[in-house]
Design a protein around this ligand. Structure first.
Ligand SMILES: C[S@@+](CC[C@H](N)C(=O)[O-])C[C@H]1O[C@@H](n2cnc3c(N)ncnc32)[C@H](O)[C@@H]1O
Length: 281
């Protein structure tokens, strides 16, 4: 197991060799990832340092992919999607154009969930959907929109919760077939997003640490779920301010189910159901 000093050294080496700064990541989860990398790559601390110094750009991308946690699912935490469906999107439906950004989109399931919901709500034509992540390999996967079926079957239940059922009126049941949005091939163990939904979102690599708006837009909705938990409070606060500055007014910020805004930024947002709205200050 690497100790705190070794973690700091690894962070410095990555910073020197590539343009990534993990100094303000939460040290514990970073440490767990490095321990796993050492095990998987069968290296010790010195071996990893050497490897980073000699890595090609592709190897560096692989390392970044291994450092970051990319767990995601379709319609993750349906109750949060109920907020999006019944509280956020209805407030935007009369806008001429709507801009939505998924920051830390991982392999894209959250983005496709949004596209499906927008389509079902008849809003897809007026929405620009942007998505970004630090992990290029995850972005490549997101663009493809192809996933392993057996790992995703259970998330079709989330689809049912959000798209088919109405938690506020159980009489109402929307019998939307999965085939409207997915091609499922059980023999090949593959579930793919239908082609017509693949080229809608604009995916870009982006490191939130740099706080650069790579889409040159302000957004009506920012979804940044289960990303800030990997950062320390200082970096969380910087990113929340960055989101504040890049939200329109009114603007909606959706964090992960277990995440909330702490610290000085509480005064900049109103907490609602499972989301935040931008306050004018
Ligand atoms: C646990 S996943 C969350 C995915 C999705 N938002 C969800 O909730 O299902 C966290 C994502 O944050 C990304 N991430 C971590 N650090 C980042 C950074 N500095 N800039 C952009 N994305 C980052 C990771 O690559 C990963 O894909």
């Amino acid at each position: 197991m690497v100790d705190d000093n070794q973690i700091k050294d690894i962070i410095q080496v990555i910073k020197k060799v590539a343009d990534y700064d993990f100094s303000d990541y939460s040290i514990k989860s970073f440490q767990r990832r490095i321990d796993k990398i050492l095990e998987d790559y069968r290296l010790d601390f010195n071996g990893l340092v050497k490897r980073i110094y000699s890595s090609s750009p592709e190897e560096m991308e692989k390392l970044i992919a291994d450092i970051t946690v990319n767990t995601t699912e379709l319609f993750r935490n349906p109750i949060v999607w109920h907020s999006v469906k019944y509280r956020i999107l209805p407030k935007l439906k009369d806008n001429e154009k709507i801009d939505i950004w998924h920051a830390g989109c991982s392999t894209g399931q959250e983005v496709y969930s949004m596209l499906i919901l927008l389509k079902e709500m008849g809003m897809l034509d007026k929405v620009n959907v942007y998505a970004s992540d630090i992990n290029q390999l995850a972005i490549d996967k997101a663009k493809k929109g192809e996933y392993i079926y057996r790992f995703n079957i259970e998330y079709l239940q989330n689809f049912d919760e959000v798209i088919r059922k109405n938690p506020y009126n159980f009489e109402e049941y929307n019998d939307v077939p999965y085939s409207r949005y997915f091609d499922i091939d059980q023999e090949l163990d593959k579930i793919s997003i239908k082609n017509e939904y693949k080229d809608i979102a604009i995916f870009k690599k982006q490191d939130l640490v740099k706080r650069e708006n790579v889409f040159y837009k302000k957004f009506d909705v920012i979804m940044c779920r289960n990303v800030l938990i990997y950062f320390n409070l200082k970096l969380q606060s910087q990113i929340l301010n960055f989101f504040y500055d890049n939200l329109k007014f009114p603007g909606y910020l959706v964090l992960g189910y277990h995440e909330s805004i702490l610290g000085n930024e509480v005064v900049k947002f109103h907490k609602k159901h499972y989301y935040y709205t931008k306050k004018l200050i």
